[in-house]
Ligand binder design. Structure first.
Ligand code: ADQ
Length: 412
């Protein structure tokens, strides 16, 4: 059986659709960064062509799905790149079982209503039978957008349009926790762990793992660490921050600017607090392989996840999965979806408040063992029970139930 069927897009469509409408318009808007402000006239002009490319690309996905579709198949569309897809699929075949899931936040309806194509996108998503989000808040924002912008009726189950109900609900994603837990038993990972422990002997390890994206709050995190070192000279040679930042969307100027900014701050802090033999921040501009990543998670004392907004944030889950022996502390942004599930075990922070994050670092580094144990137990139980497999099974079974209920309703 063919498990993966590519949809080939030409270069111009990729430019207008993927770099343009998806990553320059929807991604920042859904993370509360607003619509592009620089060169307003050019943005306004390019908006229509980018949206046309977005619809064209979604139609191309629909064509390929339709070509391979067999009666009874479940079609699950993922993310903000494919908001137009449910409508295209239903136009092909109204009986197709269609679900749509958003991996980013869905913003407040007041943010969504600034989008020029706000109504068309909402209506397209509503063509799906089931619409899913990571958190209840995102689902609520979506329903509010449909009631306020489209004038439709919101019900406890979703959104109703002329008797047709689109079910809207929260399905918080998880990780394959066993994969991480089992990796820690592999000889090569144990070797990595030993190397890292030797390298960082006598120092507490703090860790950040993010794609280099403005939503991840990397500059804010590093500035909070600087403030902590500034206010706590005693810790200067006793703690190290390892920040792994994988470059993404490197051809977008905003991302190039962010990379320069992070390098500049890291250089300044290392110059300020480093010695001839040590630096306080190890900043790596690349991705790590899975085993190296697991080893790093396992030796970490404090993980710092300071996203300015994040749909869920799986790094926080992966860290918890690898901490069975160390029981390290998670400092987590209240603006990450994960705050809803790991909030009771983590130290929640407002990433914009550098003073608060710096104080949380001090609290995390000195937290008594019994409190760390209690917090870890809460989060470990969550991460190992709410897995990616459970997430997928719940969504698909809910989609099937939604269709059966809709059929019963139309028969009544
Ligand atoms: P992302 O924004 O990519 O995902 P996240 O959920 O943290 O964010 O997942 C990142 C993944 O990439 C993790 O599995 C992590 O291990 C890996 N990764 C990140 N940096 C790495 C590095 N330097 N080296 C190796 N691996 C690295 C989007 C949304 C999130 C949502 C997910 C899933 O933005 O909010 O949680 O989808 O729905």
């Amino acid at each position: 059986m063919q498990r993966c069927i590519p949809v080939f897009l030409d270069e111009e469509t990729v430019h207008q659709y993927y770099n343009g409408y998806c990553n320059n318009i929807l991604w920042p808007l859904f993370h509360y960064l607003g619509l592009p402000q620089e060169d307003r006239l050019a943005t306004t002009r390019s908006f229509q062509s980018q949206f046309a490319a977005y619809k064209k690309a979604n139609q191309m996905f629909a064509d390929v799905v339709n070509e391979h579709y067999k009666e009874g198949d479940v079609v699950w569309c993922h993310d903000y790149h494919l908001m137009f897809l449910p409508k295209c699929l239903k136009e092909y075949n109204n009986k197709m079982k269609v679900g749509w899931f958003l991996h980013t936040p869905f913003p407040s309806s007041e943010i969504h209503r600034t989008l020029p194509s706000r109504s068309e996108l909402l209506k397209s998503v509503l063509a799906a039978d089931l619409v899913g989000f990571h958190t209840y808040d995102y689902a609520r924002h979506f329903v509010s957008a449909c009631t306020r912008i489209l004038g439709l009726e919101g019900t406890p189950d979703g959104v109703e349009d002329q008797g047709k109900l689109t079910r809207v609900a929260a399905f918080p994603i998880g990780i394959d926790s066993d994969r991480f837990i089992q990796a820690l038993e592999l000889p090569q990972v144990k070797d990595h762990i030993k190397d890292l422990k030797d390298r960082f002997a006598g120092r507490k390890v703090m860790l950040g793992v993010d794609r280099l994206d403005m939503i991840k709050g990397i500059p804010q995190k590093i500035l909070a660490f600087e403030k902590f070192l500034e206010e706590n000279p005693i810790w200067r040679d006793k703690v190290v921050l390892v920040q792994i930042a994988v470059p993404t969307r490197t051809d977008v100027p905003e991302y190039q600017k962010l990379s320069c900014e992070v390098h500049e701050i890291v250089g300044r802090i290392n110059g300020r607090f480093g010695t001839l033999t040590t630096v306080p921040i190890h900043h790596l501009d690349r991705s790590l392989d899975f085993h190296a990543l697991c080893a790093l998670y396992a030796v970490t004392d404090v993980a710092l996840v300071t996203s300015l907004r994040d749909g869920m944030n799986l790094v926080s889950y992966e860290f918890v999965a690898c901490q069975a022996s160390k029981k390290g502390v998670l400092i987590l942004s209240e603006f990450a979806g994960a705050a809803q599930s790991l909030g009771a075990g983590a130290i929640l922070v407002n990433p914009w408040n550098v003073t608060e994050v710096a104080a949380s670092i001090g609290y995390a580094l000195t937290m008594p063992a019994d409190e760390r144990e209690k917090r870890h137990r809460h989060n470990f139980t969550h991460v190992t029970t709410h897995t990616s497999q459970e997430w997928a099974e719940t969504f698909v079974s809910e989609l099937n139930d939604t269709i059966v209920e809709a059929q019963l309703r139309t028969r009544q």
